[in-house]
Design a protein around this ligand. Structure first.
Ligand code: GLC
Ligand code: MG
Length: 240
């Protein structure tokens, strides 16, 4: 793959996808640019579920898909798994130990996923249990990352993975040093990538846990929702 010189790395649900009119405007704007903007989708969904959304929302296929909250990376037209990433990311991963501890919490229900490269749960209005599970996993010294989003989704990831770690890997391997980059998100699982320090946008409709993160000099807080916020941020950083 040729090194990327302009990149939009964006979450899908609630960020790129969510406002049809603004999405259309953004895609039309990108089509009119002289230099192609390479699309990298960074989603909580698994590969198949991301492909379904891409189809339903009629958005372009990405050049790179980061799936499963930054545990899967797929490259190129045929979205081939990046095997080097798979090896790096799986180090220290012990899903059995995690499932055993999580089974102590009846309100925390495991999501059905195609594989165990991450273990995710759904909880309804019981943040108390979420905090206790988080604490118990820490005390058990099991290497992992714990991500709570939208007051509902718990993702427990291998410690070397996550949207920020996966995107850093992609940037080092596939993106030119001088590239124009924009990173966009709307919820807790986007915090890690939004906080890397690159030009980034939090869309106006973001969840409270993302709105609450610390500012950095390259972080733009949009006044518009979803793709409208991405468009606003792209013009803010790169329209000159
Ligand atoms: C998406 C995924 C889900 C994940 C959530 C938060 O909704 O489908 O598995 O837990 O994002 O990352
Ligand atoms: Mg989202």
């Amino acid at each position: 793959m040729q090194m990327i010189t302009q990149m939009l790395a964006t979450d899908l649900d609630g960020t790129l996808v969510g406002d049809e009119k603004q999405l259309k405007d953004l895609l039309t704007y990108y089509e009119g640019l002289e230099k192609k903007v390479t699309l990298v989708y960074v989603t909580g969904r698994h590969r198949q579920s991301a492909l379904e959304l891409i189809n339903e929302a009629s958005i372009p296929m990405p050049s790179i898909l980061i799936s499963d909250v930054g545990t899967g990376i797929y490259i190129g037209n045929d979205l081939k798994p990046d095997e080097e990433w798979n090896l790096l990311m799986k180090k220290n991963w012990n899903p059995e130990a995690i499932k055993k501890i999580a089974s102590h919490y009846p309100t925390i229900v495991q999501q059905k996923l195609p594989d165990e490269s991450r273990i995710s749960y759904t909880v309804q209005e019981d943040e108390g249990s979420v905090n206790k599970l988080k604490q118990e996993l820490l005390e058990a010294n099991i290497p992992h990352k714990f991500i709570f989003s939208s007051g509902r989704d718990i993702d427990i990831l291998p410690e070397n993975s996550g949207k920020g770690s996966a995107l850093t890997y992609v940037i080092e391997k596939y993106v030119d040093d001088q590239a124009s980059i924009l990173i966009a998100g709307d919820s807790g699982n986007d915090e890690e990538m939004i906080s890397l320090g690159y030009p980034s946008v939090i869309v106006a409709n973001a969840q409270p846990e993302l709105i609450a993160i610390q500012d950095h000099p390259q972080l733009f807080r949009a006044t518009k929702n979803c793709a409208g916020g991405i468009h606003e941020a792209w013009l803010h950083f790169y329209d000159n």
